[in-house]
Design a protein around this ligand. Structure first.
Ligand code: TRP
Length: 456
């Protein structure tokens, strides 16, 4: 099946193509912008001491995230298959080995594991839509908002139910397919989210603690930085950009030939980073204004934002809209997390997308209960990195994604011949040379160094 390739430019994806360059940029942006920006970035920046972490994160995004993103897209477009088949095909075509498929296999596995807990948190945002509409937060005190959160996540049936609803929504869109399902969800969500973040930012600026928030985020104190925080920053860069697990590779497989990979990558990385920074700027002033602890963990946005909305004129409205948008953002990311597994099942086992989506989705739904229970029944069951949720998160973000990214840049930078990559990236100019330098040297050495320093 994989033997006759000929000119890769003539390869077609089995799943159809994006209708335009804009559709691709929107889809990748939709997968990148999600809970990672608004839920995860503030809380791990808070846990890792702020400024120095943020600085390392930004450096990782630019010198490692960018080249990995470009490598993934170019590999995906050249192979035009699911990540496993693409890595196997290109491994052979470039005169290396079919074993490169293991990069794809690890990615499928990582996507399934990430979505298993991602869906649980996304379920929280759905529940917070309902809480917002019903006015629970109107005028509520910090203590009341905290109790509301603790009672909610403390009940495994409630968060199990919201996880179930979110997975059902995800399976539904994935089953409908590339063009109809994925594109439409994103077109409106990213701009709307941006507007809402600006509203929140406006509120934060007026909170009287904006200066503290900015100082916390941008004054680096390197004494607070351990190698584990550096690894967390690297892992966050991978997580937030959706790279290192073949999702962007799977999306790249549907990318029209003439689209500029560099341009698309710059747009996605720029939008994603802007939204994360905006989220931090909106949230940290509120943390300080309300005497909360920035290191409070996964509940951080679920205390700070409802509290702020509760005191705002029109708060019920803004709060509802915000959680709806966050749920949308999570939804468009969840779709991307499932895509490698689904594309693989469709191609390898000749299933329909709907069948593949249901099979993968049920597995993920089941695994998700490990994280559901981590916040209540099994909250005290801790090993290695903490609860089951903490371990799945640590293993995927801090190990699988950087390792996947390392193999991807090594493949694109060292295994693929210069002609193949310059053919896809479309030039031999400055951009190409910068990419190749980062992909061959800076990114692999950086990733290896951080992984080794944190783990050994
Ligand atoms: N980037 C997503 C977010 O920030 C999460 C994510 C990680 C993801 N890896 C992915 C999404 C792969 C889609 C595909 O919320």
């Amino acid at each position: 099946m994989l033997s006759s390739q000929g000119d890769s430019a003539k390869r077609k994806s089995l799943h159809g193509h994006w209708s335009s360059r804009m559709a691709f940029v929107l889809a990748v942006t939709g997968s990148a912008v999600g809970l990672g920006n608004i839920w995860k970035f503030p809380y791990i920046a808070g846990q890792n001491g702020g400024g120095a972490f943020v600085l390392v994160y930004l450096v990782c995004v630019i010198v490692i995230g960018m080249p990995v993103m470009m490598s993934e897209i170019l590999i995906g477009r050249r192979g035009r298959r699911n990540p496993i088949a693409t890595m196997e095909l290109l491994g052979k075509e470039e005169g290396s080995s079919a074993n490169w498929r293991w990069v794809g296999i690890m990615g499928v596995f990582a996507g399934i594991l990430i979505l298993s807990y991602y869906s649980v948190i996304a379920g929280w945002t759905l529940a917070y839509v309902v809480k917002s509409v019903s006015g629970v937060f109107a005028g509520a005190s910090a203590a009341a908002v905290g109790t509301e959160f603790d009672n909610f996540v403390g009940d495994w049936r409630l968060i199990g139910l919201s996880h179930t609803i979110f997975m059902a929504l995800t399976i539904f869109v994935v089953a409908r397919g590339v063009e109809r399902g994925l594109e439409q969800a994103v077109r409106f969500m990213v701009p709307a989210l941006l507007v809402l973040m600006l509203v929140l930012l406006g509120y934060s600026i007026n909170s009287g603690y904006f200066g503290e928030g900015v100082a916390f985020m941008f004054t680096p104190d390197f004494t607070k930085l351990t190698w584990n925080s550096v690894l967390a920053a690297l892992g966050q860069a991978f997580f937030t950009l959706s790279i290192g697990m073949g999702a962007v590779m799977a999306y790249g497989a549907y990318l029209p030939e003439e689209t500029s990979i560099t341009g698309a990558s710059v747009a996605v990385v720029g939008a994603d980073t802007a939204i994360a920074i905006l989220a931090g700027l909106a949230i940290f002033p509120l943390v300080f204004a309300n005497n909360l602890d920035p290191a409070d963990g996964p509940g951080l946005v679920f205390f700070t934002l409802p509290l702020a909305f509760g005191q705002m004129a029109g708060g019920v409205f803004f709060s509802t809209v915000f959680f709806v948008l966050l749920a949308f953002a999570a939804w468009t990311s969840a779709i991307g997390l499932m895509e490698p597994a689904v594309a693989w099942i469709v191609e390898r086992f000749n299933r329909t997308r709907a069948q593949a989506a249901v099979m993968t989705g049920l597995l993920i739904w089941f695994l998700g209960f490990g994280s559901v229970l981590s916040f209540n029944v099994l909250a005290e069951f801790k090993f290695l990195a903490g609860t089951i949720f903490d371990n799945v998160d640590y293993l995927t973000s801090n190990i699988f994604l950087p390792l996947g990214g390392l193999l991807i840049v090594v493949f694109a930078g060292w295994v693929m011949c210069r002609n193949s990559t310059s053919d896809e990236l479309g030039s031999s100019g400055t951009w190409y040379r910068a990419w190749r330098f980062l992909a061959r040297f800076v990114a692999p050495i950086g990733i290896l160094f951080v992984l080794a320093s944190a783990i050994l």
